[in-house]
Design a protein around this ligand. Structure first.
Ligand SMILES: Cc1cc2nc3c(=O)[nH]c(=O)nc-3n(C[C@H](O)[C@H](O)[C@H](O)COP(=O)(O)OP(=O)(O)OC[C@H]3O[C@@H](n4cnc5c(N)ncnc54)[C@H](O)[C@@H]3O)c2cc1C
Length: 377
């Protein structure tokens, strides 16, 4: 029999974005929070992520998106330290740096263009010859002829970060319901919102925060539509007996590998349009494995560990959606984080907490506002 009840704040979706918001909000204000998840929290994106925290590799221009990513990276050391103190669980945060490498004339030209606009923004970014790059990382292939080194870029183990957040918020005034999709969210006159679940339960709340990742379209909302679609990402891990690399390495066209503290090296990632299917295909793997013949032939010889895939939540302009829904200030949206949801989780949590407590925002959020989709209907 469907039930009806009241709670102050509902969060729809318990991936990295929903749990980070719950963490920030429960520290910022006295409120009771209910988190609803349709299935395994973070099962399709967060738990699939490589955990790279790399602002400069994720945009081709300076501006608000780079500022947002850099602001989030700067929050990471304190965020992680607090989680370890609260739970004893480490998300394996490593300030490894990133090497972005080139192995042909064309790749080197593209790398130089990036270096030219990025260097004035952060003077610690270095240009390296192939030889200097190999001095830092002796397993890089001989064909690597130049590299940019980003010393501040880092990584975490995304599923462990999610577990630490879950562990921390479970000590607060937060309740959970799992295995129950939210089907609609509506205004409830002047009294807030009503959230309806697949069982027909109705939850009356003052505020609802929508963080359903790629599944945004599955929830009926007031117009305009918040356009978030799934982009399948395939990725794999090899096992190594010693840590052959210290840095994360990015290589063209869109490959990377990340040496994890547990001795695995995560190699990714494809971008495929398979709808909501999370399949792993030879075609997807070849795209990012083939260039390793030049960049790191050594990695291709390591024992295969496992392969998996997940769904990145993408918006038409590639930017996240963060802020109040245009037709209801009681509905907050935090979705569409695409390739950077792990990186952006602390700043997104901090922004939503600021919006709900009226405190100053950590960064300007106008470019990420849901209002930009107002003409969608
Ligand atoms: C292969 C791959 C590699 C990646 N690598 C990186 C990386 O290196 N660095 C980085 O920053 N990001 C990376 N990402 C992106 C990152 O994983 C995502 O941006 C991020 O996890 C999105 O988090 P989320 O909480 O919005 O979504 P999710 O993790 O998908 O969580 C959404 C949650 O909402 C729940 N939900 C959905 N619909 C409903 C509903 N109707 N009712 C109730 N619950 C619902 C889901 O069950 C889920 O638990 C990668 C992604 C992939 C796939």
């Amino acid at each position: 029999m469907p039930s009806q009840f009241h709670v102050k704040t509902v969060i729809v979706g318990a991936g990295i974005i929903g749990t980070s918001i719950a963490w920030h909000l429960s520290r910022a204000m006295e409120t009771d929070i209910l988190i609803l998840d349709r299935s395994e929290p973070g099962g399709l994106a967060t738990n699939a992520a490589a955990g790279i925290l790399g602002p400069f590799n994720e945009t081709d221009r300076e501006g608000p998106f780079l500022d947002l990513m850099r602001a989030s990276l700067s929050l990471y050391p304190d965020f992680v330290a607090s989680l370890i103190e609260e739970t004893g669980l480490s998300p394996d945060f490593v300030k490894s740096g990133i090497l972005s490498v080139a192995s042909s004339d064309e790749e080197e030209d593209a790398l130089k263009k990036r270096w030219q606009w990025q260097k004035p923004i952060d003077h610690s970014i270095e240009w390296l010859s192939g030889k200097s790059a190999r001095e830092l990382e002796p397993h890089l292939g001989e064909e690597v002829r130049s590299a940019i080194r980003y010393p501040h870029e880092s990584h975490v183990y995304a599923p462990r970060l999610l577990r630490a957040l879950q562990g921390s918020i479970s000590q607060r005034k937060i309740s959970w319901r799992r295995g129950e999709p939210v089907t609609s969210v509506r205004e409830n006159g002047s009294r807030g919102v009503v959230v309806t679940t697949s069982r027909g339960d109705q939850i009356f709340a003052e505020k609802v925060i929508l963080t359903p990742g790629a599944f945004m379209g599955g929830i009926s909302l007031p117009p305009p539509v918040m356009p978030v679609t799934p982009v399948n990402g395939q990725i794999l891990a090899v096992r190594t007996t010693m840590r052959p690399y210290r840095h994360i390495v990015f290589y063209p066209p869109k490959g990377y590998f990340v040496p994890k503290l547990d001795g695995t090296v995560v190699i990714g990632a494809s971008e495929d349009d398979y709808g909501f299917e999370t399949k792993v295909t030879p075609k997807g793997m070849i795209e990012f494995l083939s260039p390793l013949k030049k960049v790191s032939p050594h990695l291709l010889e390591q024992p295969f560990h496992h392969a998996w895939s997940g769904l990145r939540p993408k918006t038409p302009d590639g930017l996240p959606i963060i802020g109040p829904h245009p037709s209801s200030p009681n509905i907050m949206v935090a979705a569409g984080h695409y390739r950077n949801g792990i990186l952006l989780s602390p700043v997104t949590g901090a922004i939503i907490a600021s919006l709900l407590t009226g405190k100053p925002l950590p960064v300007p959020i106008e470019p990420f506002s849901p209002k930009r989709f107002q003409s969608n209907d």
